[in-house]
Structures are given as C-alpha cells and as structure tokens.
Design a protein around this ligand. Structure first.
Ligand code: COI
Length: 362
C-alpha cells in the first residue's frame, strides 16, 4: 500500500560517524534527524501535500500568522528501541486525540488521527538509524506541531496551516535526572484560568511560563510549580513542563484534577498503573498549605512530576518566597522510582504491555 506520506530521501544525511557521536550523548532537544514530515491545509483544498522530506528550514513571510498571534500547537512522544531491534511508539493515538483537542481550542483544522500516527510512523521508519540503541533510557523524541502559516496580519484564524513532525534523539530532560529536582512555587504568575488555554498544548502556554521558569532558576530551583492563583495559598496545578503527583503514607496517589492543566499521557498512564503498586489513584485538589502540613507530618511521603520528556522526575523539595521544605527525607521516593522503572520497562519492551499501549513501527 502506498503511504499517505511518501518519502523523498535526503541526499545529504548526517555522516554516520557524526550521528554515532550524537547518539552517544544526545542530551535533550539539541540534535535533529535527517527528515521531517509535512502536510499543508488550506481553506479551499483541506489537507494536502503530505510527505516525508529532507529536514530543512521553513521559509516564512514576515507576516506569517503564527509569528504574530501564536496560532500554534504541538505534541511530544517518543520512539523506543527494543532488545530485538524493533522500534515502538507509546500511545500515539492519545497524542493524536490531544492534538485534535488543542487544534479546536486554537481554531486550527483537525488533522485526522490516522494521518497524525502515520506521519510519525513514516518519519521514524525513514530515520530509524536515529533511534538510540537498546540499553539505557534514551529514545527518539518526536515533536509534531502545527501553525498558522498564512501571511496575513488581520486577527482571524489563518487560512493556510502547516503541520510538521521533527525528530530529536533524547537522553534525560533534567541534567540532575533521577536524583530529584526542587520546584519553585511561584506566587507571581499563574499558568491558566478556567476557559483559557490551560488544557491545550499550545506554544503560548510555554512562552508565558518562561518568566516563571527564570524566577525559579534565580532561586536555585530546576522548575516552577504553578498554583491556581497568585499569592501562594492556592491549589497545586502543574509544573512548567510536567503534571504533578503526590503519594501518601496510606497508599493514595493524588494528582490535580483536569480543567486548567494539561491532560498528560504519562499522567493518565500512571493513574492506570497505580493499582499495580497498591496505590489508589485520586484526582483531587491539594492546597499549598495542605501540602506543607502533610509533608511535615509524614502524611505525604513522595512527590513526583510526570511528562513525556521528563518521564517521572522525583521532586525532593519545594521553595517559595520566604520558605523551603523537603519531601520525605529529601531523596527520591521508593514508590516514585518503582512506578518510573515500571513505565520505562513497558516503553522499552522489558515488561509485558498489559494495557496494549505500544505500537510497533519497525
Ligand atoms: C513533553 O513532555 O513532551 C513536553 O512537551 C514538555 C516540554 C519538553 C515542552
């Protein structure tokens, strides 16, 4: 069967030696594979011009809509090499559905789920050599995105849209990795409000978070934690790039409810896996004073953050204006590490895929 995304192979791939050097220590988001997926939508033709092409810069008119009004959305998922050399995606349909929800919120056209998954599968097939070897935790990070590419500076949904996927070999998102990170609880900024774009994975949410991230770094923290309002007394929402989970001594795994936070694929997978670890999943609000009090009394024993890029990252401490406290003994928690290991084992093919989450690509 012919692919909806036919491949034009690059004549100038990254030389094998350079690629091996990159794959030996990919870092996060610094290097890119040889190809990209593309499709274009226009008001009169709908989706067309689907293809896998050599990776190259876009040529954008200065009036390109996305550059002015941020009509843009994206996704993040990974391809994993298994021990037999095969390559797999983790729940790409979940990303496709979220991409469609984000598109509706940003007045962008919906890309059919099968095209979303096929564009990624074909890109991974074209760039299979970029999927890191089995053994560690490395993977090929995939970044589908869509933006208003019409050159027009009136404020209305763009009539020409570009969809693309790029691929980047990825090691740990945080240099400190699994030793745990400290979050800065911002009392200056909020991330989202009811009716806003908090649930959409749009670039604007991340742009408005950069000042908060700088604030966190200025206070020696790795990332920011948002509350649902400024002033430091509100309910926990999410971290800059990750959802938040709390583990209690009586065996509950608590995460903030959906509404203004990102509906994370990793978050959802953890809620499903919780019972494997004897944990009861609970979606409920927790205020900052409540977290402080329950962490001090030993009622909340572990905190971690979850996301595709960061996988599961232990949170070992929190700081805010005039206060700081540790979670548990200030080291990554046992349950956190066990859930992390189990999820990675499923993704890397070392544990049975009991929930039917993995999709073989190569
Ligand atoms: C992801 O976890 O895939 C994200 O999109 C977070 C971040 C790298 C923006």
């Amino acid at each position: 069967m012919t692919s909806r995304f036919p491949l034009t192979r690059t004549l100038r791939p990254v030389p094998e030696g350079d690629r091996s050097q990159i794959l030996a220590d990919p870092g996060f988001g610094r290097h890119f594979s040889d190809h990209m997926a593309i499709a274009v939508w226009s008001n009169d033709r709908g989706w067309h011009d689907h293809r896998i092409a050599p990776l190259e810069p876009f040529s954008l008119h200065p009036a390109t809509a996305a550059l002015h009004y941020a009509q843009e959305i994206f996704e993040g998922l990974k391809a994993y090499r298994h021990a037999d050399g095969s390559v797999w995606l983790f729940r790409p349909e979940a990303n496709a559905r979220r991409f469609a929800r984000s598109a509706r919120r940003l007045a962008l056209p919906v890309l059919p789920e099968e095209d979303f998954v096929e564009s990624i599968a074909e890109l991974v097939r074209a760039d299979e050599a970029w999927v890191p070897a089995v053994g560690g935790e490395d993977s090929l990070y995939l970044r589908p995105f869509m933006f208003g590419s019409e050159a027009f500076i009136g404020v209305r949904p763009a009539l020409e849209i570009t969809y693309s996927v790029i691929a980047s070999p990825a090691g740990p998102y945080f240099a400190s990795g699994v030793t745990g990170v400290t979050l800065w609880v911002t009392s200056t900024y909020t991330r989202a409000a009811a009716g806003g774009t908090g649930e959409a994975k749009c670039g604007g949410n991340y742009a408005s978070g950069l000042a908060a991230q700088l604030e966190a770094q200025e206070h020696g923290c790795d990332q920011v934690l948002y509350l649902d309002r400024t002033g430091g007394e509100g309910s926990l929402e999410e971290s800059g790039t990750m959802n938040l989970c709390l583990v209690t001594a009586d065996g509950r795994l608590i995460t903030p409810p959906l509404g203004t936070i990102l509906e994370g694929v990793t978050r959802d997978s953890i809620l499903t896996l919780a019972s494997t670890f004897g944990l009861t999943p609970v979606e409920e609000q927790t205020t900052l004073p409540d977290l402080r009090a329950r962490a001090a009394s030993g009622e909340i024993t572990e905190v971690f953050a979850a996301g595709t890029a960061a996988v599961i990252t232990p949170i070992v401490g929190l700081k805010g204006p005039g206060y700081a406290f540790v979670i548990g003994d200030g080291k990554p928690g046992k349950q956190t590490l066990a859930v992390r290991e189990h999820l990675l084992d499923i993704q890397h093919g070392r544990s049975a895929d009991e929930h039917g989450w993995m999709r073989r690509i190569v």
